[in-house]
Design a protein around this ligand. Structure first.
Ligand SMILES: Cc1cc2nc3c(=O)[nH]c(=O)nc-3n(C[C@H](O)[C@H](O)[C@H](O)COP(=O)(O)OP(=O)(O)OC[C@H]3O[C@@H](n4cnc5c(N)ncnc54)[C@H](O)[C@@H]3O)c2cc1C
Length: 497
């Protein structure tokens, strides 16, 4: 008999939300994590008094109202909570043609800021962002669970028929066409592209409207909230809740194989040879890692092959983790910035630079008098392969200084005020996050029907589920939390609960 009801491979936020949801229902769960700490792309590392976030730091889902605050709800479910700090501005954009704009937490203030640049588009701007609210209001009126569970779908439809119909309408749509319905100005449409690209890593015409409705509205509703102590606290607190609820987690437990019997997933084998059996197996690794590395490559199910024809791996990132003197930051600097000098370069490797300065919200993450700047920009693993160690180091250094030079525009004196510098490449992301090619996640190969092509949690292999950013609805902590709620819901039903 299996020792555990459910075995979860990976303790990213998707894996941990699945685990805590199941443990809260009394299901026996084991999480196996290859790294030393939980969190995956929402992890952290410490150096010389600085506590750096590995990746995510603009956190949605930690709000206090509605139904879309999934991180707060996941923590609540296992009787734990986090102290959070409100971020008054989601992003300060520094864009071409002098477009210097802050996305204020207050919706009307954001509209005013944007309209100040595009007065002739005032009506279109309001109509576009108001339509995003329609999507959000539909999502925010219902409990968000598994769309693969017919009884839930039926119940939700009877409770909220209009909201359900609204979502059905938007599910196959992308942002681009809707934006073009209201907006003509090419520069403003490029701005909408950037509004999408900065989290979907594709322009508006390829970004699903459902995801945009969430992001463009929730930033003014639940808001962007930073966890006190750093992003790593989210995973650590979920683990505390998991263990309180009777679940188990094992670190340095790299799964090398998903064991199948008569075509059904029944267990996992670890790198040290240990075997764990479970009634259900969940993979929080990416689909590429799950189906090509943990299962025989030659037996990739047809569904997966088809999916890979529609989606491919997004680039990874070049990441700079900087410690800087506080004098580097001009008064009134915001936490999150996006820098782009030429619209043509928006999607190019090293084109757009993303910046987070979490110490503006939580000064305890750096020594007194210093701040953290995390600057990252999309990059492909191919640019970092086949190098000797010295070439690799030299390329890292050169790439880092190119980014620092560009950042001098918004943080004059950055170079002189530098106290600490660590550079991560796509190889670093691959190694420490266990993600093939260090990818940020799946992106459409071409324009698709909104979110319709993103797979849910069940897979073609009975007993095996996937959770995290390569399942519906995609990347981002709140999105993978959604995937975790849905996965746990479907498994609980499959286990007869
Ligand atoms: C640089 C960067 C910036 C980002 N910024 C933001 C942001 O500001 N806001 C936001 O919401 N999102 C952001 N994201 C995206 C967000 O972090 C991810 O979408 C999300 O964390 C992915 O969660 P996940 O559960 O899918 O899996 P992951 O975080 O990838 O976790 C998977 C876990 O599984 C483990 N694992 C994998 N294979 C195995 C195996 N074989 N055996 C055992 N364990 C295994 C890994 O070690 C890892 O811990 C950012 C991402 C990056 C990289």
């Amino acid at each position: 008999m299996p020792t555990f009801d459910v075995i979860i491979i990976g303790s990213g936020i998707g894996g941990l939300v699945t685990a805590t949801q199941l443990a809260a229902k009394g299901i026996k769960v084991l999480v196996l994590e290859s790294y030393l700490i939980p969190g995956g792309s929402a992890g952290y590392f410490e150096r010389e008094g600085y506590c750096f976030d590995v990746g995510a730091s603009m956190i949605f889902g930690l709000g206090q109202k509605g139904t879309t605050n999934l991180l707060t709800r996941a923590l609540d479910a296992v009787n734990v909570s986090l102290e959070t700090i409100d971020d008054p501005v989601q992003i300060h954009y520094h864009l071409p043609q002098g477009l210097d704009l802050k996305v204020d937490r207050v919706y009307e203030k954001f509209l005013q800021n944007l309209t100040a640049y595009f007065r002739h588009e005032a009506k279109g701007i309001r109509r576009f962002y108001d339509e995003c609210w329609q999507v959000f209001n539909c999502l925010n009126s219902m409990e968000l669970l598994s769309l693969e569970e017919p009884r839930y779908l039926l119940r939700t439809f009877f409770q909220h028929p209009l909201a359900c119909l609204g979502l059905v309408k938007y599910l196959p749509q992308n942002v681009g066409k809707i934006a073009q319905r209201y907006i003509n100005d090419p520069q403003l449409l490029k701005f909408i592209d950037m509004e999408c690209y900065c989290w979907s890593v594709v322009p508006a015409k390829m970004t699903p409207m459902i995801n945009a409705g969430m992001v463009f509205s929730d930033r003014h509703y639940g808001g962007v909230n930073y966890p006190k102590g750093g992003v790593g606290k989210i995973a650590q607190t979920l683990v505390a809740g998991l263990e309180k609820a009777g679940g188990k987690i094992q670190y340095q437990a790299k799964v090398t194989e998903i064991i199948t019997e008569q075509g059904q997933a029944v267990g996992v084998r670890l790198a040290n040879g240990q075997v764990h059996r479970g009634k259900r197996i969940v993979s929080n690794a990416t689909r590429w890692d799950t189906f090509a590395k943990l299962l025989p490559k030659e037996k990739i199910p047809c569904d997966e092959k088809l999916w890979q024809q529609h989606y491919h791996k997004s680039p990874s990132f070049l990441s700079l983790h900087l410690g800087v003197q506080e004098s580097v930051l001009p008064t009134g600097t915001e936490c999150h910035h996006i820098l782009l000098e030429d619209w043509q370069q928006m999607t190019a490797p090293n084109g757009t630079i993303f910046v987070s300065i979490p110490t503006l919200l939580d000064p305890d993450l750096a020594p007194e008098g210093y701040h953290i700047i995390h600057a990252f920009t999309p990059d492909w693993i191919d640019n970092w392969q086949g190098l000797t160690q010295s070439e690799y180091e030299a390329n890292k250094e050169a790439a880092a200084w190119r980014i620092i030079d560009r950042l001098e525009k918004i943080f004059p004196g950055l170079d002189a005020g530098l106290d600490y510098l660590e550079v991560g490449t796509p190889r670093t992301h691959r190694r420490f996050l266990g993600r093939e090619d260090g990818t940020y996640g799946p992106i459409p190969r071409r324009q698709l029907w909104g979110l319709l092509g993103m797979p849910f949690n069940r897979t073609a292999i009975p007993g095996l589920y996937c959770v995290g950013d390569s399942t519906f609805p995609g990347q981002g902590l709140n999105a993978v939390a959604f995937s975790g709620f849905a996965c746990a819901h479907r498994i609980a039903v499959d286990l007869g609960l």
